[in-house]
Structures are given as C-alpha cells and as structure tokens.
Design a protein around this ligand. Sequence first.
Ligand code: ATP
Ligand code: ZN
Ligand code: ZN
Length: 803
Amino acid sequence: MEIASVIVDVPAKQTDRAFDYLIPDKWRDTIQPGMRVVVPFGPRNIQGFVIELKKESEVKQLREIIEPMDLEPILNHELLALGNWLTENTLCFKIFAYQVMLPAALKAKYEKLVKLAPGVEISALPLSLHSYFVKNGKLDWQDALKNGIVSLLQKETAKGHLEVQYIVKEKVRKKQRKYIRPLVSQAVLTEEMGKLPVNAEKQKQVISFFIERFAPIEMRLLVAELNITASTVKALVGKRILGEEEVEVYRDPYEHRSFERTKPMPLTKDQQTAIEPILNAVEQNLHEVFLLYGVTGSGKTEIYLQSIQEVIEKGQEAIVLVPEIALTPQMVNRFKGRFGDLVAVLHSGLSAGEKYDEWRKIQRKEVKVVVGARSAIFAPFENLGIIIIDEEHETSYKQEEMPRYHARDVAIERAKTYSCPVVLGSATPSLESFARAQKKVYHLLTLPTRMNNQTLPPVEIIDMREELREGNRSMFSRKLFDMLKDRIEKKQQTVLFLNKRGHSSFVMCRDCGYVMNCPNCDISLTYHRVNEQMKCHYCGYESFVPKACPECSSEHIRYFGTGTQKVEDELGKILPEARVIRMDVDTTGRKGSHERLLKDFQDGKADILLGTQMIAKGLDFPNITLVGVLSADTMLHLPDFRSSEKTFQLLTQVSGRAGRHQLPGEVIIQTYTPEHYSVELAGTQDYDLFYQQEMLNRKMHHYPPFYFLSLITISHEQLLAVVSATEKIVNYVQSRLSPEAVVLGPAASPIPRINNRYRYQCLIKYKREPNLTTTLRTILDQYQKDTKSGLQVSIDVNPFILM
Ligand SMILES: Nc1ncnc2c1ncn2[C@@H]1O[C@H](COP(=O)(O)OP(=O)(O)OP(=O)(O)O)[C@@H](O)[C@H]1O
Ligand SMILES: [Zn+2]
Ligand SMILES: [Zn+2]
C-alpha cells in the first residue's frame, strides 16, 4: 500500500476530513494505521494520524509523508473506529477525538525555525543577521523573537533567502537511565586491572567492583557507592572494558511504596447474589450493562475486585473509572493491594511523564487493570473483559470541552465491541441510569444493607434560621457544637464538610449590598485569602480587595461567605483544644500532600477533618463517628435542573462516611431550607422516594430522563450580533424538527457574559428526532466556516452544565 489517509492536526471545519499522502519507499513497510506522522500541509509541517492505508487516491498530485513519529501504532483499530463514533456523537473535530485518547505527553508541540533557503549562502544576508546563522544556518524562532529581528527576517524571507521550518516535537522523552556493565569476562577484568598504572587508584576501584559484582549497575549509584566521578568510569568505557547503555525506566509514582496484599473476602449473601450475573457475563463474553445500586459501605468495591479477578484469570483486561476526587491513595491501595503490579493508575495528580509511563505499561500489556479518572476510558487495551464505573452519577464523567463525551457512553460503546459487561456502581444512581434499570435496559443489582448489618447513621437536620432567631450567629449550630465537643472527649473523629461548589466567597458591601463583579464577565469575583486578592474564575481577572465600597464609600465592605479557612479560624476560637486538618485546594496543591493529610488523620493526629468535595467520597476510616455538613443548600439555588439531584447525592455520600465499622455514627446537616425535599430525603437516606419525587419534577418540566437535551451556545462581542444569530438558529432548528420537540430561546445564558463576549443560548428538548444530528451539523458547519463574523457557536449534546 502506498497511500495513507491522514487526519491532520488543524482543528477547523475545512480540514475536518482525511487527506491522502504518498508513503515514500523507505517508509512503506513502516507506516501503519494508528501511527502519527509528520506531513506537509500548506507551507507547514504538521502532525497527523494515519487512519487507513490504500492503493489509490482520487487526488492526482499527492505530497509525501515526511516521516513517522511512532515506531508502532499508538491507536489500535478499535480506538480508530471509536474516534469516528466520538466524532458522530459529540459533533467534534476528528483530530480532537483522537487526541483525547492519548496522554498529554503525546500531544504535539511545534517548534519553529528560520533557516537559510536551499542553495542560499549566508553572504546573501545583511551583515547584521550573519551572527545568527553562522553556526548551522538555523535560528530558533524564540530567539528571533527575543532579539527583535522578526521584521528583518520577514524581508529576507520575501526575497527568498530564508524560509520557515516547523518541527514537530514530542513533549516528553522516555525516561532513560545510564547503566554501566562489564564488556569483558571477570578474568579479563583482573588482567586489565594489572595493566593500570599504580596511581590509577579510582579506576582500579571500579574494576574490582565489577569483578566482585559481575552485573550492570546504574551510573548514578556506581558513582555514589564508590565516591568517584563519572569521568573515571568514562575512561574505562573508552578502553572498551566497560560499556554504557541507556535503559528505559518507568517513573512509578508508587515506586517506594509497598502495598499490603489482600485476599478476596468471602462474600456476604447479598454480595453473592449481586456478583453472580456479572461473573456469568464475564465467563460467557456477554455485553450487558449492570447498575450496581448499593448503599454506602455495602461492599461494592469488593464486588469490583472479585469480578476483575475473574477477568484476569480469563486472560482479559479491566478498566475501572473512579471520579478524580475519589481517586485517593486509599482507593488506589485497594486495587494495588489486590492485584499488585498488574495495576496502572491514571489521574491528574501525576506529572505528564508519569502519566505517559503508566499509559505505556497499558500499551505494552504489562498491566491488566487500569484505575483512573474519566480519560482512562480510552486505555489502549485490546482484550477488554469488563469496564467498571464507580460513583456512576458523578458529573465529572462528562467532559466539558471538545470532545464533549460522557465516559459512560464511551464505556458502553467499547464494551459492545469487546462483548463484555459494564458495571455502573452507586449509592445514589443518576436518574438517567436508574430509569434505564427500571425499564430493564440495564440489569439492576442491589445491595440494600451495609456490611455487618450496621445501620446507616441517623441524620439530624438542623434549621439554621431557627438558630439565628434564637441568637446564635455562629456557623455552628448548638447541637453540632455539643457533638463536636463530645467526640473530642471520646477521642473519636469527625468529618466536617463544607460544600464549596457554587458557593464562592465574594466581597459585599453590608451597607448598600454592592458585590464586586468581574469587569469582563457577569459574575462575582472570588476572594482568595492567601494573597488578599479577588479573582475571576472564568477569565483570570485579578484585583485587590477595596478598602471602601466603590458605590457608597462605606467601609463595611468585606469578605462574605464561608470558606474552609474561615471555618478553621472559627473552630480555633470556639474549640481551641480541637486538632484540625483542613483539606481543600489550598492545602492539597503540592504533590503528595493529599495523601499525607489523610494519613495523618488516619493515624489519629487530628480530631476533625475539615474539607470540601474532596472528602465526600471514598473515605473508609473506622474512627469516624460524626459527620457534620455546615450548609447543605449552597448548591440548591444554581440554575441547573440537576441541582436537587446533586444535593441529594452529595449529602448521602458525605453521610456515608460515618459509622462504617464497629462504632456507630451520627450525621448533622445544617441548612437554611430544611423543607426542601432533597435535604429532607437525604436526612432519611431514602433514595427510592427521592427518585420518585424527582422523576415527577423532571417529567413536568420536560427534562431528562424523559427528554434528551441539546444546548447551543452562541457568543459574540456585540450583543445585537448574538441575539440576531441566536434568533436565526432557533428558527432554523424549529423548522427542521418535529412539533414534539421543544425549542427554547433565544435566551441569555445563565452567565450572560464571559471575557467580554455576550452569550446566548438555544435549548432543545426532544424525545426522538432523526433529523437532529444533521441539523446541528449544518449549524456548526455554517458558523465554523464563517470565521469573519466573529460569532462562536458551540453545541453540547446531553449537556451537564447549562451555563
Ligand atoms: N465480604 C466482605 N466481608 C467482610 N468485609 C467486607 C466484605 N466486603 C466488603 N467489606 C468491607 O466493608 C467495608 C465497606 O465496603 P466498601 O468500601 O467496598 O463499600 P462501598 O459500597 O464501596 O462503599 P462506598 O460506596 O461508601 O464507597 C470495607 O471496609 C470493606 O473492606
Ligand atoms: Zn456600599
Ligand atoms: Zn472574568
């Protein structure tokens, strides 16, 4: 085959298709589908993915591939096909569909060089430029920028003296280590030692080291062990007595950690009943989607582990997805503890190099299990036996940028290909999944009770308005305060949870109500105490905290809302004896800090673990007997039809941290809206009732799971331009869909302006619309082609965020 179809790295409407290239003779045996190649594209050299090889092309004049970037395919056939599916289903550019499957380290970076045009002598250039090109006729673009000679270079380029070259660079090299090994036998080593001059003390030392230990050793260790310099070793390498070689090493983030190995536990009767259909599907290679609905602490993880065991024994592979914030060391330990080195871990806490190394282990089939966050769903396994998604209701499984995919959908698509089961696990399944289980689309498995039949901890809901009425202005109700004190006396532990999502700490004037907003976006600035600054989370705008209100000059302008730091300060005042560990983005920024804080808490070095979302899941410590939620309702009031669902899920999750072992637990939920059903039902931990109630709501308002949604967002610097474009789009959509579809808009987005661009939207609710995809494509095509208008249109199919 001499022609390759290539998807090029130019994310634009016009280039969103395969381009044919000729494979030069020397690469004909090398280049395969799934490899990356460097190809000429217009005046540049860029990266692309080979998606197929063929004999003929409709294009007459084909350009040649410049070179391959990989020695073996990095995308297998299945992933190449999955790329098409992603493109179809999320309406993204093909190049994005492939890039999302790779670790960041493999995403291309281009370096730009200016060099002498072929056949041009340096003397043709003006004198002032000579010094830049004498060395090798090339100049790095960055250096050109630094030296301010770009316009000069431009003139010479116009004359044909210089040309620009793009070089595609990989971001990360494989990590190599230099090893030294003997090249000759021990006898010859002894001989060589005799020949050395008397004063070559150090060299003799090295040789005798190798006589004794006739094996390769890392240079770094050798030098350290013998207290010598590398030049001594190099001298012997020069004499060809020793040899040096580069050996690829993996950067294993868990390198110096030992994992206590665990054995499968005898399953309880409920677990046994739940696991059987899963094992059956594994054994018979059946594609089936299971919804494992088990209350917190019911032993879902053990079911995952034993299902995976079966898959490994069959010689197959497993993917386990865990939400990023639940991917704690404790979680990793449970998998590493059972399967040891057969487990690769992929999460955002790893450096790009570490992620790449884990990915390579998967690609080389050195591991059988990958545990990771959303993007691990693209792990390049080729013999999948099961895909597990823990906490399947978590919204972080939906990617919010192109390709806007949901990991659950990708999992089901891949599992169909491999004819293997998918297990979705949750104590609070998403309404979509539970509804599918009710309709028998998914196979429902239930774990109704906790391990050891511990009851779920009793939950008490405290009305904070009542507290205020009775003169308690603190953020702690009297009840919570008493219980905190009680636990400290009993030497038991407490988890204090502060819901930060959607509740930013803003600055407000207490006299006139003025709130400091971002000048570019219609949203309040967030107060950061560390550097006393106000920051916009959408555009990055920063400002100092004003001393007086810009509106009314009052000095009563101050930081409002409750951050974790503020809670910590207050705890210090009212309970000075409490030892507190605070976990939030500020205290867990550095690598390993998350783990250390949890370890300290586990070791009993603190009475109270205070934190945000990141402590809501996965924690399984025996000494936690109290969970306090400081304000339950902070995210009830977001403009999001899922806000009740999210509140219920979160409260249930947090409550589930208490009393998981011998000691019974209790939960206190503080709220300003105790009458809201999602707070009330979280109190009784009654998922089934919540499900019924929420389904009624969704049905009434035409939301999922009764209707599908698609969201079109349009933005422009001028308000009039957005409004009229949105109007056109709404009319067009209406004309193309059936009367059953509900087309809403034009309406301003909940955040009506970001970074000085006005935002409008059109929301489509529908049941079955065969025309929808082509309609949406047409809209995208139209606006992505027309780059001059300045309009930006984005489409989210099944959106999770309606902002
Ligand atoms: N068959 C078993 N025998 C004994 N102990 C078990 C068994 N299965 C699970 N456990 C233990 O019960 C506890 C709770 O189980 P696990 O953490 O798997 O529950 P979970 O449903 O995943 O909880 P959550 O959803 O809250 O994370 C753990 O400490 C686990 O080791
Ligand atoms: Zn004011
Ligand atoms: Zn902003």
